[in-house]
Design a protein around this ligand. Structure first.
Ligand SMILES: C[S@@+](CC[C@H](N)C(=O)[O-])C[C@H]1O[C@@H](n2cnc3c(N)ncnc32)[C@H](O)[C@@H]1O
Length: 222
């Protein structure tokens, strides 16, 4: 059961009773998503580019997706977005998040009307955006596609440690192109070691409010 809860910046998140954790930071869902995935991730990855392919781990409410879609539209960047989700939310729950307030009505409508089909196959939302939400666990996910950036947005290591095991991180990183980027809100010694072992160069960046640091890592050319 997921319960809608307000966070410190006024934006909502969901509290997942089974896992015992929120989908976003209690200090601000919107500001965390913008800080970690848009500012430190997407802006960095799209510098000088006109196309980007994103692999997200944990689609959840789609907040990272709609903010990415809006950024790409505003900057004339084609977005190919794949987001793995083991436990998809219903369209009703997504409509209750209030996130329609943070993007244009066109983007929100393109998202919500294609959401359920995107759980089955890749959908073209606009000339600028394709979305697919494979309904599977990360460990069972496979594709021939390679991505420019991974948004690693799993529940925290305290609540879902298996999502942060060395094997799981290595599995996710297989789907990145050479020089691809891995970005997440968390930073631990174990995560840094796992990424280094997979040929990444690690950067520590200031975290979103409530977190001192976050992690961005770039995969070696190969
Ligand atoms: C922190 S939330 C993601 C928040 C999301 N990015 C958003 O903007 O709302 C973690 C997500 O991972 C999903 N999840 C849990 N276990 C998973 C697994 N084994 N594989 C893929 N997704 C999983 C959860 O259902 C949840 O939606």
């Amino acid at each position: 059961m997921n319960i809608i809860t307000q966070t410190a910046d006024g934006s909502n998140t969901l509290y997942n009773e089974t896992i015992g954790e929120h989908y976003h930071s209690k200090h601000g869902a919107l500001q965390e998503s913008k800080h970690v995935f848009i500012d430190a991730g997407l802006k960095f990855a799209t510098a000088g580019k006109s196309e980007i392919s994103v692999l997200e781990v944990g689609f959840g409410t789609g907040l990272n997706f709609i903010l990415s879609f809006e950024y790409c539209v505003a900057n004339n960047i084609k977005l190919n977005y794949t987001s793995i989700e083991a436990f998809p939310l219903t369209t009703d729950v997504i409509n209750q998040t209030g996130y329609s307030a943070y993007v244009s009505s066109e983007i929100w409508n393109d998202f919500t009307k294609n959401y359920e089909n995107a759980l089955k196959s890749k959908q073209t939302l606009s000339p600028f955006c394709k979305l697919e939400i494979p309904h599977t666990t990360l460990i069972d996910f496979d594709t021939e596609e390679r991505f420019d950036i991974i948004y690693y947005d799993a529940f925290s290591v305290q609540h879902q440690p298996e999502m942060w095991s060395d094997e799981m991180i290595a599995h996710a990183c297989n789907f990145l192109s050479p020089e691809g980027i891995f970005v997440t809100y968390a930073i631990t010694g174990k995560l840094k070691r796992a990424l280094k072992a997979n040929g990444f160069v690690i950067e520590k960046l200031p975290g979103a409010p409530g977190k001192r640091e976050m992690l961005r890592a770039v995969k070696a050319k190969g």
